[in-house]
Design a binder for this molecule. Structure first.
Ligand SMILES: *Cc1c(COP(=O)(O)O)cnc(C)c1O
Length: 371
């Protein structure tokens, strides 16, 4: 699905030197590379504070801890997402309140959020799924009206621009109370291990987030809060500094690949290409087709026989996962998510797709669906 090897070959000298420098300096934890990466990402995102941490799941957990959400508080998020989003809500004893998504762009349905708000609701967690922003302007208006926090899950959309109705742009993850991202290797800005970060424009909240991420420590060996241990290590930060400089070019390469797929599958009765939101550009973490009357398993097997991977993101809606079963929800409650889970398929999407490869993938998909 991704070709990290070819991508590495292009930046090998820089990466190898950067890693060797960290080893030579032995500042493996909280070294200067972490601070530099933090500053560079703040500049790139136009956000006041970046707090690096160990992974994207931790970022979400730290965000909810720093907002003092209490057991029983309700947090609204999308039913159609990666499990981490709902997992941390459950882990902290908060109550995940799931809502459906919109079919064409896969993003959280704002009218469904509005209907799910109760006096116990404390936060909304929009997920910028597959590389495109949720409808932040409406979500922020709703949050303001009901006095709710907004935690953006930007794990799949770092670098994406949210586009306001007046045309101004703001980076995904910097609009809500807090933004959270992941640097998992296959993410759009991926390191060579685990990594994550938290964004905020709020000074007081930034210092609280830093304290929570560092054992609740306010001064050396002074612990005012129960926190966690969540750090980005220096080797990962050194790699991320190099890859951040390439991020816009990486987004462009992903868009070029997406355009190829779009053209190849345009107006096909059995293939629905991913629609672009009017309020976001797309950074194509995934290129996801919706199938209509196609045997999805057989398609995947056919592609696999030609050594073309294809993945299902995501095969089971959260409300039907064993760990998240809840008497509040039953099959049929989230029809859009349920339909997407049985009809979506994601094609290879990364920064190193040559036209020849794209042609081979698209031709193979078409060969199968036109049979
Ligand atoms: C990857 C991902 C996460 C979690 O990130 P990790 O670094 O793997 O913990 C959270 N939310 C979404 C939407 C993701 O895609």
């Amino acid at each position: 699905m991704v070709d990290l090897k070819s991508q590495y070959e292009k930046i090998k000298t820089q990466v190898d030197t950067a890693i060797q420098n960290v080893i030579d300096n032995t500042a493996f934890i909280n070294g200067p590379e972490v601070k530099e990466f933090q500053k560079e990402l703040e500049i790139y995102l136009h956000v006041k504070h970046v707090i690096p941490c160990a992974n994207g799941t931790d970022a979400l957990q730290i965000a909810m801890m720093a907002l003092d959400l209490k057991p029983g508080d309700e947090v609204i998020t999308a039913d159609f997402t990666y499990v981490a989003t709902a997992e941390v809500i459950g882990l902290l004893g908060l109550k995940p309140v799931l809502v459906d998504v919109i079919p064409n762009t896969f993003d959280i349905d704002v009218s469904a959020i509005e209907k799910a708000i109760t006096p116990k609701t404390k936060a909304i967690v929009p997920v910028h799924l597959f590389g495109q922003c949720a409808n932040m302007e409406s979500i922020m208006a709703l949050a303001k009206k009901h006095n709710l926090f907004v935690i953006e899950d930007t794990a799949q959309a770092i670098g994406a621009d949210y586009i306001y109705s007046d045309g101004t742009k703001q980076k995904a993850g910097t609009i809500g109370t807090i933004g959270c991202t992941s640097f998992f290797p296959s993410k759009n800005l991926g390191c060579y291990g685990d990594g994550g970060a938290i964004f905020t424009n709020d000074d007081a909240l930034a210092s609280k987030l830093r304290i929570v991420a560092n054992h609740g420590q306010t001064a050396q060996y002074i612990h005012d809060l129960i926190g966690v241990n969540s750090r980005l290590d220096s080797i990962q930060a050194a790699i991320l500094r190099i890859k951040l400089r390439e991020l816009d070019a990486y987004c462009l390469a992903r868009n070029t690949a997406a355009k190829y797929y779009d053209a190849a599958f345009a107006n096909h009765p059995k293939l629905k290409t991913p629609e672009r939101s009017i309020y976001s550009n797309h950074v194509f973490h995934q290129y996801t087709l919706q199938l209509n009357g196609v045997d999805r398993n057989a398609l995947r097997e056919f592609l696999a026989s030609k050594e073309i991977p294809a993945m299902i993101y995501y095969p089971i809606p959260l409300h039907l996962q064993k760990a998240y079963l809840d008497t509040r929800y039953k099959q049929g409650d989230f029809p859009v998510t349920e339909k997407l889970c049985s009809t979506v398929v994601s094609l290879p999407m990364h920064t190193e797709l040559e036209t020849e490869t794209l042609k081979q993938i698209a031709d193979s998909v078409l060969e199968f669906v036109n049979k």
